[in-house]
Design a protein around this ligand. Structure first.
Ligand code: NDP
Length: 503
């Protein structure tokens, strides 16, 4: 007999004598049900696919570490940030947003940038994007927004009418649309892009004093993007270009790194700042809140198994540690629910026990019990309720998050900011972009918007015009629209503009 440790077995450990020939009645069959090895092999194969993520389905990931480079204890009591030089293991997953699991890496789309810090006080997840803002600021709009980025329910094709109808009816999207259609919407690789928390979060120190912060992960490889036609070509040449690049770079010892910066705002500044600091459609201008470097993140190890480590990785902006908490940002509040919920659907209620998701540097002691695929000891014979007087894990008031005051009426409050929503998109086009950037963004928009109905072209181009007259004017000319008509639409209220461009 061969070495038992090298013998193929069934999933239950029974040695397999032959893995090439099914058990049949005679050499020509039929196959017998008593071939339990065959049945087990087919049945497991039939169940190999789990639901793909409804967003961020296509991704790549890597392991690495984060090191503190600046003393931030005045702002946060997070242990993993408590000392210059302190290192914490991380796992990072990059992704596109709208595409399916097999979609091309160079699609025009924001990129997900999710970091799991395995801290000694439990796992902390920073679930960001490569853009500092987002399309909408109310989670009630999220499912509708994503539907418009995916496929038409009748044709199963991407549909520029759906895409631009929704965006032109959602003027607060103009800032993110401007970033998406710049060349930053098609990064050359995951190594060559920044990551942003986009949301504002709370940091609080040992005295219970809090600040509001935003994270920026600045690529040390430099920003590099595909121009529109190059990105399009790459979809055919190498649909997995970013996945391949990340894997190859790490395998070759070229470990990608990011400088981690934060912008910090005091609660007093937040009260009087000229726009809502929790509105995710806005950045905090660098001149008002200069980003401060606090650390460095390096990715130095490829996953050994894609499914176990990348596909099963589950992040949530609700995974906080002491010293870090949520802000009132409405979109964030929606995500605090939705991320855990989608993972329960995708991976099951015990997904937090999977090796990639379980805390590595901290104990886990909850009263959650049972559920499908509970594969640890399930709390053994200890109490499964709280309060108990049997010395089982007890809550510790030292971990309380500082109280913040909130007040107001319970209602479906609309936020309609009007012209304020166009200021930062206009500044980006006018002040930040180079001539080449402006040329590219106009061509990228025209190439996509030309597929939509004319009335939608007009409505959306009026929004570009409101951000900046040259921006809107150049898009109008590219689409062959009458610039004066666009200008007239831009001068209207959104309500009147929608009426004037009705079907
Ligand atoms: P700054 O001039 O201080 O900052 C401009 C920032 O824009 C740069 O630091 C860079 O951010 C980013 N940037 C450069 N080129 C592009 C591009 N083609 N597409 C998107 N972003 C680009 O001005 P403000 O802070 O006042 O911001 C002006 C505008 O810059 C904003 O309205 C916003 O659109 C954009 N921006 C601002 C950021 C912020 O946090 N303040 C972050 C990113 C963009 P980075 O260093 O992060 O690459």
């Amino acid at each position: 007999m061969a070495d038992r440790s090298k013998t193929l077995t069934t999933g239950f450990g029974m040695p397999v004598d032959n893995d090439l020939n099914s058990v049949t009645a005679g050499p020509k069959g039929p196959v017998l049900v008593q071939d339990v090895h065959l049945i087990e092999k087919l049945a497991h194969f039939d169940r190999e696919r789990i639901p793909e993520r409804v967003v961020h389905a296509k991704g790549a990931g890597a392991h690495g570490w984060f090191e503190v480079t600046r003393d931030v204890t005045a702002y946060t009591r997070a242990k993993f940030l408590s000392k210059v030089g302190k290192k914490t293991d991380v796992f990072v997953r990059f992704s596109t947003v709208g595409g399916e699991r097999g979609s091309a890496d160079s699609e025009r789309d924001p990129r997900g940038f999710a970091v799991k810090f395995y801290t000694e006080e439990g796992n902390y997840d920073m679930v960001g994007n490569n853009t500092p803002v987002f399309f909408i600021r109310d989670p009630l709009k999220f499912p509708d927004f994503i539907h418009t980025q995916k496929r038409n329910p009748a044709s199963n094709l991407k549909d520029p009418d759906m895409f631009w109808d929704f965006l032109s009816l959602t003027p607060e999207s103009i800032h993110q649309v401007t970033i998406l259609f710049s060349d930053r919407g098609t990064p050359r690789s995951y190594r060559n892009m920044n990551g942003y928390s986009s949301h504002t979060y709370m940091w609080y120190n040992a005295k219970g004093e809090h600040s509001w912060i935003k994270y920026h992960f600045k690529t040390e490889q430099g920003i590099e993007n595909f121009a529109g036609p190059e990105a399009e070509r790459m979809r055919g040449v190498d649909p997995d270009v970013a996945t391949r690049d990340l894997h190859a770079a790490i395998a070759a010892g070229k470990h990608p790194a990011w400088r981690v910066e934060v912008q910090i705002m005091t609660p007093e500044q937040a009260k009087t700042y000229r726009f809502d600091p929790f509105d995710i459609t806005k950045v905090w201008p660098h001149a008002d809140f200069p980003p401060v470097a606090i650390g460095r993140m390096v990715l130095d190890r490829n996953p050994e198994n894609y499914f176990a480590e990348v596909e099963q990785a589950a992040f949530s902006p609700g995974n906080f540690v002491l010293g870090i908490g949520p802000s009132p940002d409405k979109m964030l509040q929606g995500r605090l629910f939705s991320y855990h919920d989608t993972h329960r659907h995708r991976l099951g209620p015990n997904y937090h026990l999977l090796p990639i998701n379980a805390p590595k540097a901290a104990p886990m002691a909850s009263y959650q019990r049972d559920g499908a695929m509970r594969f640890d000891g399930n709390g053994g014979g200890g109490p499964n309720y709280w309060p108990n007087s049997f010395g089982a894990p007890a809550p510790d008031p030292a971990y309380a998050v500082p109280s913040i005051e909130v007040s107001g009426t319970a209602a479906r409050h609309a936020i309609t900011l009007g012209d304020v929503d166009f200021v930062q998109a206009g500044a980006l086009f006018r002040k930040v972009m180079t001539d080449t950037d402006r040329e590219h963004i106009v061509a990228n928009i025209v190439g996509n918007l030309k597929g939509a109905q004319r009335r939608l072209q007009l409505r959306q181009t009026a929004l570009f015009y409101k951000a900046d007259a040259e921006y809107g004017g150049r898009v109008a000319m590219g689409l062959g629209l009458d610039v004066n008509e666009v200008k007239k639409l831009a001068a209207m209220s959104q309500e009147d503009r929608v009426k004037a461009t009705a079907a």
